[in-house]
Structure formats: C-alpha cells, structure tokens
Write a protein that binds this ligand. Structure first.
Ligand code: C2O
Length: 585
C-alpha cells in the first residue's frame, strides 16, 4: 500500500487551498481525539467517541487484509495492527447474487431482483482513450432539435439491443441496481455488502457509470463526440422535467413518474411532500437550497464527498451534503408514489430504468466540477490512496469488461468531456435572511428528550454540549467547519424518510425551513435493500453549523439545542447520539 506521506517541499508547491497537512502513512480510523486545529482529514469529535465507521473488529479485518496482502501489496502491517488501509475493490462478478428489494407493503417480504451483469473473466484496466475533442454536456432544456433526434436514436438503439448484451438499456439500468441493492459483496469480506451510496464512493461511481453509458450511446450512433445532456434543475429555466423527456412516444419517456410533477410543475429541491408554492416562491426556495448546500454545506471535502469507506467497513458510513440533499430530493420528486416501490426514480433498484436518471446524475456530476473550480473558493478532492484506488467494473462501448479506479475519473477533461457553462443564479443567492431577534436564540425552547437513542416519533429537542475547545475555534481563521453529527441513524432500508435538523429554535409555531437561520439541513433516505444487514440501515450524518452559530450569535454558548423535525416517515427512525465537532480537510 503506497504511503501518502509527502515531503515538505512538495507541500509548498501545491496551491494553498489544496495543501494537505502531514498525514499518517496509513489512514485507518484513529481512535485518538485530535484538536480541531490538527488536521487529520477526518472528523474530530472533540469528545472522544467510539468510531462507528467499521462494525468489524480490527483484527478480523487485519486477518483478511493479511490474506489479501500478496494480491494487493498490503503486506507492511506489522507495526500497528490498527494501521490497516485498503480501498474497496471491484466486485467479483461471478459472485453476484440477486439484489434484494424489500417490499414495504408486506413487511418482512423481499423480492429478489436479478441485476447481475454477464460474467467475463477478461478484465481490462481502464485507460481513458486520447480524445481530440472535448464532448460538451449541455442543459437538457437548451439542446437543439438535431441533438434531440440523435439522442433519441441512440437510446432507441440501446433499448433495441439484445437484453443479454451488457450495453443494452436493461443491462445498463441493472448496473445501478447491482451496485446499490447489494448484489455484490466486498472482496475479501463476504459478510459486507458493496454499496456505492452514502459514502465517498458516490460521486466517482456515478461519474464512471455515466461515462460508459455515454460512450456506448456514442458508439451506437457512430458519433464519438456524443455527450449526454444534463438536467439543469438548479437554474430557474431548468426547474421542470425537461420537455424532451415527456413525450410518451419518445424513447426518453418513462411512464413511472409522478403524474403530478409533469411540466410546468416546478421541482422542489427540498422535497418531502407537495407544498404547492407559487411559482416565484418555489424558484426562490430552490435557489436558496442550492446556495446553502453548494456554498455553505460543502465547505470541506468530507462534507461534499461523504465519509470514508474502506475495505471491510460496513456500508453506508454517511453521505455528503449534495448526495443526501438535492440528489435524493429529486429522486423522490420524480418517482411515482403510486408504484409499490416508488419506481422508477424513487428506488435505487429501478432508477436506472428512467432515461431521466442519467440527466439528473449528469447535473450531480456537474456539481462536483463546480465544487472544485466553479465556486468562490476552489476545493480539493481527497488525496487518500484508499479513495483513489477504489475500483468498479463496467462494460465499455465495445462490450469489454473494464476496471476503472476512482483515480481515473477525478478530472472530467481526461475522460474527454466537460459541461457547458451556464450562469449560476444560486451562487450569490443567499436565502432570504429570516433572522431571529438578536440574542434571542440564546434562550431556546428547552429539550424534550434527554436520553439516547432517540425515537423520532414526533418533533424532538435535545441538549448537545459543546466543549470549550470547540467554542474557541468559531470564527478563527482556518478553523474548520463546526458540524452537528447525528450518529447511528437507524431506519428501515426500504423506507422513505426525511427529517429536518434545526438549532436553538425559539418558536414552536413557526415552521422553519432552508431559508431560516436556525435550519441546518435534513436527513433523507430512499429505499434500497441489502443482503447482509437485515432490514435496518445504520448511517451517520454531519451537517455544517458554523454559519448558523454566527447568525444566531451562539459562538460562545456551551450547548446548543438541536431540534429534529420529522417530515416524512415510514417505520421507526432512531438517532443513536448527537455531537458537535469540527471538520477540516
Ligand atoms: Cu445511485 Cu441517484 O443514485
């Protein structure tokens, strides 16, 4: 395993924003609490708290890693048995099992869905071809009639391929199902599912998935420059399902969408149920969500990408702000609530069957590019070799099975594509400030619960203490981001859930949403099954609160009162613990 220690001189040549401080050679979870100022690239919980990244005993993991050592070079493990690191490896397709889709209408029953791709033993390591021309992905609502004809033809041909062809539309849709509904187990860890959501694998997996999908379409119409469109739902003009997807006679159409959300109905980027806001208000609300998630919600690499997920870790360590935010809101908003499992977009196993999925994810992928270079400050991806070396398998345009690494896809230019630049109306759009009277937030409504785990059967408030250390750093330059960490959120995997998180609410009657200073974010789940982890999902969420602490003048308070507001709930939802900590990376 390559060490990630870098020399001092190398440090100085990095742009300031991309500097990363001294890192341990192996970056397996450190049990030590470190000060907010000593960057480990990880969350610092201030109070020591048990790490729940991995539910496996370290020694089990060590045994397996030692066993895999000769294969992957993870042999230098003697000095520190905890210092083990390994990326998530591409699955063994011959071990693919049926994906597991829980049927919530009849609890306890699962339907098995066969999502496995054809098996091939000939695996090629991905090398992006040399592209002479950059393919430009355009907003779906702005494409030309010629473009639409080509695109429709490409999807039509993909749908016409033999179902067994790995490039067929059905097989492409199944790629998502297999990676998301646990058809695969982790290499070396048969008791752990392989999952590409709710962790740092989210952006790279979907980027590569779309890349191959796009290359196959291009090949089918003999146009190597073909680029997918993106659903520009962050722009007021793109806030409906794009017209090209709604003609029932078009190959771009999918019948399993919410009939109440057809154009001209505007998307709701904070969706839990229909709010029926007047048009202008919905646009403002959406721009506010975009601004708060992209500008204020993704200030660190972990907040953007999600939590670390290494070989042997339990799946779903925790999603980043965009994945858990606008990404899931739109899945829910598009899926048909009258279908048993909210198909197609409302469930991971079926989402890839809607051609709109790929336009939605192109826009999500565009957010990655914007986050890195398109905002007021540039951001940096992880430098962690476990992230860079994680890999997946896809069939390419020639039906070859290809192993692609995260490190292969961090720059879209090397993959030969880019996004058309469009104005970012949300970039400067601060949510309408709805300030609480100055100083009032210091006297919030009192806690309603005082013991964990908390059952979210109604609105609950809990006191969360802050350490002195954590208080001192707010406002300090380079202080990192203060976060509220919801640990061990447990719920049924097959349930649609959403709850909001607010701090120091002073008024019970007021409904608080993304525009308010007290609002710090939401937790969302859409159904997805797993083989090995029963019907329960166990995950974590970190929400940035520095801005809210400032706006509410709570920088020096020794505690905050965290309010959890259920918005949509099926089944029991519990939260194991709530802490305040700090992230810098
Ligand atoms: Cu793999 Cu939008 O999900």
């Amino acid at each position: 395993m390559a060490s990630t220690v870098i020399s001092q001189s190398a440090l100085f040549s990095l742009p300031k924003t991309c500097q990363f401080r001294k890192k341990k050679p192996f970056s397996f979870v450190s049990k030590r609490a470190v000060s907010c100022k000593a960057n480990s690239g990880k969350e610092n919980k201030d109070e020591s708290s048990s790490s729940s990244s991995s539910s496996l005993g370290s020694f089990d993991r060590r045994d397996v890693l030692l066993g895999l050592g000769s294969l992957y070079g993870a042999t230098n493990l003697v000095a520190d048995p905890f210092a083990l690191a390994a990326p998530i490896f591409a699955p063994d397709l011959s071990q693919c099992g049926d994906a597991n889709v829980p049927l919530r209408k009849s609890p306890g029953t699962n339907v098995s869905v066969h999502c496995c791709p054809p098996v091939s033993t000939n695996i090629i390591d991905f090398k992006p071809p040399r592209f002479t021309k950059t393919r430009t992905r355009q907003p779906a609502h702005l494409v030309s009639p010629d473009y639409v004809e080509n695109f429709k033809e490409a999807i039509k041909r993909m749908k016409a391929l033999d179902e067994k062809d790995p490039r067929s539309f059905t097989q492409q849709a199944k790629v998502h199902c297999a990676y998301c509904n646990s058809a695969y187990e982790q290499m070396g860890f048969p008791s752990q599912d392989l999952q590409v959501h709710n962790s740092w694998l989210f952006f790279p997996f979907h980027r590569l998935y779309l890349y191959f999908f796009e290359r196959i379409l291009g090949k089918l119409i003999d146009d190597p420059d073909f680029a997918l469109p993106f659903w520009n739902w962050d722009d007021p003009d793109g806030m409906t399902i794009p017209d090209i997807y709604v003609d029932p006679l078009s190959p771009l159409y999918d019948a399993k969408r919410n009939p109440d959300h057809q154009p001209p109905v505007l998307v709701d980027l904070d969706y839990s149920s229909d709010k029926n806001l007047p048009r202008d208000d919905q646009i403002k609300a959406n721009l506010c969500v975009m601004n708060s998630q992209m500008v204020h919600g993704t200030t660190t690499t972990t907040l953007f990408h999600g939590k670390e997920y290494r070989m042997g870790y339990s799946p779903d360590p925790g999603a980043g702000t965009i994945e858990n935010g606008v990404h899931l809101s739109l899945h829910k908003w598009v899926g048909d609530p009258s279908q048993p499992l909210k198909e197609d977009m409302g469930n991971f196993y079926s989402a890839g069957y809607d051609p709109l999925f790929y336009a939605h994810h192109a826009n999500i992928d565009r957010m990655w590019n914007l986050w890195k270079n398109g905002l007021k400050v540039p951001h940096c991806d992880f430098k962690d070799t476990d992230w860079l070396d994680s890999s997946f398998l896809f069939y390419d345009e020639n039906a070859n099975l290809v192993r692609a690494r995260v490190g292969d896809c961090i720059d879209t230019k090397t993959l030969g594509y880019d996004y058309q630049q469009v104005e970012l109306k949300w970039l400067e759009y601060e949510c309408d400030p709805t300030p609480t009277t100055t100083g009032k937030a210091k006297n919030p409504l009192p806690a309603t619960r005082n013991a964990f785990p908390i059952l979210l059967d109604e609105l609950v408030r809990v006191d969360v203490p802050r350490t002195k250390k954590s208080r001192n750093v707010v406002g300090e330059e380079d202080a990192g981001e203060q976060v509220v960490i919801l640990q061990d959120i447990q719920l049924d995997r097959d349930s649609s859930v959403k709850f909001d998180v607010c701090i120091n609410v002073t008024d019970d009657k007021k409904s608080i949403g993304p525009g308010h200073s007290e609002f710090v974010g939401s937790f969302t789940n859409i159904p997805h099954g797993h083989h090995h982890h029963g019907s329960k999902l166990n995950t974590h969420l970190s929400l940035p609160i520095s801005k809210a602490l400032k706006a509410l003048q709570l920088e020096d308070e020794a505690k905050v009162v965290v309010t959890l507001v259920p918005k949509e709930g099926e089944g029991l939802v519990t939260v194991g613990n709530i802490k305040i900590g700090c992230i810098r990376d």
